[in-house]
Write a protein that binds this ligand. Structure first.
Ligand code: AMP
Ligand code: MG
Length: 505
């Protein structure tokens, strides 16, 4: 691997492809192979004087990148978009989508540039630079991402992965002093993000809506062949099978969101991954006090993407995907039939997750009521979601008082706790210590609460990235005891509820 040390002076023009850096990675460019209807070739635009904000060695391992090299000045330039990378074919893809329930027309990668795919042991991984400058799809935007939202995306990607939730990953964040105008002047950053594919529901909507049925079929074949090969091995229409498979993955993903108290915030169809991955982290939030109607996105005045609406919104989005795939199906009924299983899969997946949180290995009649009664109590008393589940885990083999203390309705809690304990102990071969260990491995101690991200961002803005690294490390091990770092698992401070996270990023 050659690694030129010279930092290119930042220029407001795309990088020079002639002087390219060889990372020694086996690049492939499958998406580029789809043809020009799907993208515009576009190199990143450099940023001045980049500096490291954060790196994820685990993601370096995932794509086969030398961990030590990731710390080098050449890597800093490459992942800021200041050096071309040999073997890549940088491009911005075109997609459309429904935003807040309305058809938004053409969108596309307005600030993300796909470098290509690395042929890694875990399968091909797309590598994107988000915030790397203008593309033909930037519309009114500046092609940039600010430090604040880039840190949030970086931390949350890795946190979700550690929680076992399907997600895009983040290799690194680099920052620059270059000013970026949002509500106020902020500074620019670039997140290098990684996923097997960043194809969205909106890609399908784009070609369908524009009557480009050949390209629609080409895209669907690409996704089936590369990611859902089983869809062709069963009888019937492979695109209906694709829709059903995407719905199943989406159901599992959303069930996991609900179970951990995650609000995505902008579930537009252009932010829905065809692989059922959590992507496009914007105004997301992990619940503090449990409030089923919680709206984490300050711009979502109607509450379309409130926490408790996420499962239905996912269905709405799948319906839009089904509509986009209609030209490839025999009739409308085929799409409706493919979507039907979601209605049972989603609640079943959620109940399975909730049961695991409760220490219950199998779902039985009455478990839905047990869960619902609990959620109502938690909502009425605004009980902290993460702390409740962690304390309940300890209570599986310990005193109930720390859990009870979280409630105002003590008698109602006692009644519920009695039901829970009876249900636990009636399990065949019940062992309190084993159940406690299982619950502690299911219910995280630390999640990326808004205020924790905010504290790391404030320090990073002053050039101190140590708090970010400390938080990242804790989020990478969310189920482990936090010796000496209990502050990361504490109740949020009063000011946490005042944090306003909007779409501005
Ligand atoms: P989002 O809802 O953040 O996923 O973005 C919706 C659309 O706006 C996508 O097509 C983005 O690429 C685009 N976009 C968002 N922010 C910017 C920006 N600063 N510059 C250019 N395009 C942007
Ligand atoms: Mg998006």
């Amino acid at each position: 691997m050659s690694a030129p040390m010279a930092t290119m002076a930042a220029m407001n023009r795309p990088v020079d492809l002639a002087a390219s850096l060889d990372l020694g990675l086996p690049w492939r460019n499958r998406f580029a192979g789809l043809g020009e209807a799907f993208y515009t070739l576009r190199s990143p635009t450099p940023l001045p004087a980049p500096e490291w904000v954060g790196t994820s060695p685990a993601v370096a391992d995932l794509i086969g990148l030398d961990r030590a090299w990731l710390a080098s000045p050449a890597a800093l330039d490459a992942f800021t978009g200041n050096l071309a990378i040999a073997g890549t074919q940088p491009l911005a893809s075109v997609y459309s989508g429904h935003q807040f329930g309305h058809w938004a027309g053409q969108l596309g990668d307005g600030r993300a540039i796909l470098l290509g795919e690395v042929d890694a042991a875990a399968g091909l991984q797309e590598v994107q630079l988000k915030g790397a400058g203008l593309t033909p799809y930037s519309r009114m935007g500046d092609g940039r991402a600010v430090l604040r939202s880039s840190i949030r995306e970086f931390l949350c990607s890795e946190a979700m992965h550690a929680l076992g939730i399907p997600t895009s990953r983040a290799l690194c964040v680099t920052g620059s002093h270059a000013p970026v105008r949002r509500e106020e002047i902020e500074t620019a950053a670039v997140v290098t993000r990684v996923a097997p594919s960043f194809i969205r529901f909106g890609h399908f909507e784009h070609f369908s809506h524009n009557g480009m049925h050949d390209e629609l079929r080409q895209l669907a074949d690409f996704v089936v062949d590369n990611f859902y090969p089983a869809c062709r091995q069963q009888p019937g229409n492979p695109y209906a099978a694709l829709l059903e498979a995407v719905a199943a993955r989406t159901a599992e993903m959303v069930a996991q969101w609900q179970a951990v108290g995650f609000c995505h915030g902008v579930m537009n169809t252009d932010n829905m991954s065809i692989l059922g991955l959590t992507i496009d982290y914007g105004p997301f939030q992990f619940l503090d006090a449990f409030n089923p109607g919680h709206i984490c996105n300050h711009s979502d005045t109607g509450g379309r993407y409130a926490y408790n609406r996420q499962p239905n919104i996912a269905y709405w989005n799948l319906f839009a995907l089904g509509q986009a795939l209609l030209p490839l199906m025999d009739d409308q009924q085929q799409a409706l039939d493919a979507l039907e299983p979601y209605k049972a899969l989603m609640p079943a997946a959620l109940q399975r997750r909730m049961n695991a949180k409760l220490g219950l290995s199998e779902v039985q009649d009455g478990d839905a009521d047990l869960t619902e009664t609990l959620m109502k109590l938690m909502a009425t008393d605004a009980v902290d979601f993460t702390i409740f589940w962690r304390r309940l885990s300890h209570a599986a083999n310990g005193p109930l008082e720390p859990v009870r203390d979280l409630f105002l309705q003590r008698e109602a809690f006692d009644t519920w706790a009695g039901r829970w304990q009876a249900r636990l102990q009636a399990q065949a071969g019940f062992d309190a210590a084993t159940t406690q260990a299982q619950m502690l491995a299911t219910n995280p101690q630390v999640v990326l609460r808004n205020h924790l991200g905010e504290l790391a961002i404030q320090r990073a803005r002053q050039g101190d990235f140590s708090e970010l690294a400390r938080l990242q490390n804790a989020l990478e091990h969310p189920f482990e005891a936090l010796a000496g770092q209990e502050d990361l698992a504490a109740f949020p401070p009063d000011w946490a509820s005042q944090i306003e996270i909007s779409c501005s990023s």
